[in-house]
Design a protein around this ligand. Structure first.
Ligand SMILES: Cc1cc2nc3c(=O)[nH]c(=O)nc-3n(C[C@H](O)[C@H](O)[C@H](O)COP(=O)(O)O)c2cc1C
Length: 213
């Protein structure tokens, strides 16, 4: 999965190993929402960076209650995007720029609340506005994590089913795994291991320009 960070120059054998090694870094937009698994998103950033990806993190206000933005800033090497307003940096509008600057966007973890807001097309914070402004050519991955009852709720399942129907191959949902959850219950709601999520994000980046259904 290792990719080099530079753009490199064409060698004598364009199809050879040197050319493969100089593949440009994947630009990942990682949106962290406010669930107990938010701390695991930090390890997802580490895995992505180990693979050579450039990672821009944005967080919901609730996510910052679980993990400090400074953690993500240290791991990604970039300022975390937090505020929708005023939201203009060096003359460009943050929630528009973030979607233009990435090759894949991923919500890790995705709360039941955020999934519902995505389904409804809300844009009242930076992560939701960024996804509403995300070009439809950019693949999107959701990694839901929540209490098992929240996951099983007909509303949550309807929201995911309808999002999948709306976005087609552009949207990948990495389903939560069955485990003992933070609430002490055993259920389907746990975030898969960070390496699994990171690998899925990088694979999904290859689906750029997949047409919506
Ligand atoms: C201790 C605690 C843990 C929570 N864990 C989760 C969770 O794992 N998944 C989830 O969907 N919501 C969880 N919630 C509820 C969310 O924090 C809440 O819905 C919040 O509004 C989400 O905001 P956001 O979607 O804007 O990040 C938790 C709440 C608390 C108090």
């Amino acid at each position: 999965m290792k990719r080099s960070k530079g753009s490199g120059s064409a060698g004598a054998n364009p199809a050879g190993p040197a050319e493969v090694a100089s593949a440009p870094a994947v630009r990942v937009l990682l949106l962290v929402t406010g669930g107990i698994a938010a701390y695991k998103a930090a390890d997802v950033v580490r895995e992505l960076r180990r693979s050579g990806a450039i990672v821009q993190v944005a967080m919901t206000s609730a996510a910052t209650q679980f993990v400090a933005p400074m953690t993500f800033e240290a791991l990604s090497g970039r300022k975390v995007a937090l505020d929708l307003l005023p939201g203009v940096t060096d003359g460009s509008i943050d929630h528009i720029r973030l979607g233009r600057d990435c090759e894949v966007a991923a919500v890790v973890p995705a709360t039941a609340n955020f999934i519902a807001r995505l389904w409804a097309g809300l844009a009242d914070d930076l992560p939701s506005a960024t996804l509403l402004a995300l070009p439809q050519s950019v693949p999107l991955l959701l990694a839901p994590a929540m209490n098992g009852e929240m996951w099983a709720q007909p509303t949550t399942q309807r929201n995911l089913r309808e999002l999948a129907a709306m976005h087609g191959a552009r949207l990948q949902v990495v389903p939560p795994v069955v485990k003992e959850l933070a609430c002490g219950e055993i259920g389907q709601g746990g975030l898969p291991e960070p390496g699994v999520i990171a690998a899925a994000i990088l694979r999904h980046a290859g689906r750029r320009n997949a047409a919506p259904a």
